[in-house]
Design a protein around this ligand. Structure first.
Ligand code: THU
Length: 160
């Protein structure tokens, strides 16, 4: 008989007032970052914000390209820029939001698989969980305790 293994993931679904002050700040910066997205092809504006251990915030937005696959998502833009400029920085929170151009309503921002893999790399690197706060539908938010919860059974340097 096959051994069964089940994965249980707890997330918090939150109203804006239930966010901590730090989460509110990070999400606000992510929303501002979305305004800077270069997304002339999809018109889907994504913003990401990283709260660092020292309290500073770092932002990223999606950057598209006429050669479509050359573009990059907001999450990876933020993470790669941070790691390039501040390689020792520890991330305390990653916040992500999205909206359509010319619309104010914030949309659910579900990180793509490639972004989850990159998040997992930096979580592994810093040896501490990176909580992830995602914009959800209807003005709500979803709080994941770690990237591991967004990417179970992940490929890590230990598999090399
Ligand atoms: N996008 C992100 O920035 N993050 C994601 O996790 C999903 C998708 C961007 C990529 C592209 O510029 C646009 O959203 C539409 O796919």
């Amino acid at each position: 008989m096959a051994n069964k293994l089940s994965v249980h993931i707890d997330v918090d679904v939150l109203d804006p007032a239930e966010l901590t002050a730090e989460e509110q700040k990070a999400m606000q910066l992510a929303q501002e970052a979305a305004n800077d997205a270069y997304a002339p092809y999809s018109n889907f504006l994504v913003g990401a914000a990283l709260l660092l251990e020292d309290g500073t915030l770092f932002k990223g937005s999606n950057q598209e390209n006429a050669a479509y696959p050359s573009g990059l998502c907001a999450e990876r833009t933020a993470l790669f820029a941070l790691s390039a400029q501040h390689p020792k920085a520890k991330i305390k929170l990653l916040a992500v939001t999205a909206r359509r151009r010319h619309e104010h309503e914030h949309l659910a921002a579900m990180p793509c698989g490639a972004c989850r893999q990159v998040m997992a790399e930096y979580e592994y690197k810093q040896k501490e969980p990176i909580p992830v706060l995602l914009q959800a539908a209807d003005g709500k938010f979803i709080r994941f305790k770690s990237v591991g919860d967004l990417l179970p059974f992940q490929f890590t340097p230990e598999h090399l």
